[in-house]
Design a protein around this ligand. Structure first.
Ligand code: ZN
Length: 134
């Protein structure tokens, strides 16, 4: 597979409003937008940095996956996303190599991307996302 670059780093926060201040006021990044991803019960805030971005992820529902993540592990870096050229091919390659996946097929992520997660047991505890944007 062809990994192009780090697409984004996903950071789980309790409140985008509160957490965004560090990225805007202190680091001087621009908040490009906030998107609701209903399927994941989250809002995602985008802070682009050249080819990559920081994504702040807040839960919109107490039983959502990010709310549960924060409950057990606290706020912080939640996942790293690699941009791939062709996510279907990448997933086939991983399956052929016997790598456990959370998503066998790509699903729709924020910003119209196609995304899929690799099981963190395969990556020393890092939740790795593959991401394709056309
Ligand atoms: Zn992500």
């Amino acid at each position: 597979m062809k990994i192009k670059h780090i697409d984004h780093i996903g950071i789980a926060v309790k409140s985008i409003d509160q957490a965004a201040k560090f990225y805007t006021d202190v680091l001087g990044l621009k908040l490009e937008g906030i998107e609701n991803v209903a399927e994941q019960k989250v809002n995602v805030a985008f802070f682009p940095i050249t080819d990559s971005e920081v994504e702040l992820v807040e839960s919109t529902h107490p039983d959502g996956p990010v709310a549960k993540y924060i409950e057990s592990r606290g706020e912080g870096v939640q996942h790293i996303a690699f941009r791939v050229e062709n996510i279907e091919e990448a997933l086939e390659e991983l399956k052929a190599k016997g790598v456990r996946l959370i998503d066998e097929k790509p699903r729709k992520g924020a910003g119209g991307a196609k995304i899929a997660f690799i099981h963190p047991k395969e990556t020393n505890g890092v939740l790795v996302e593959l991401c394709q944007r056309d």
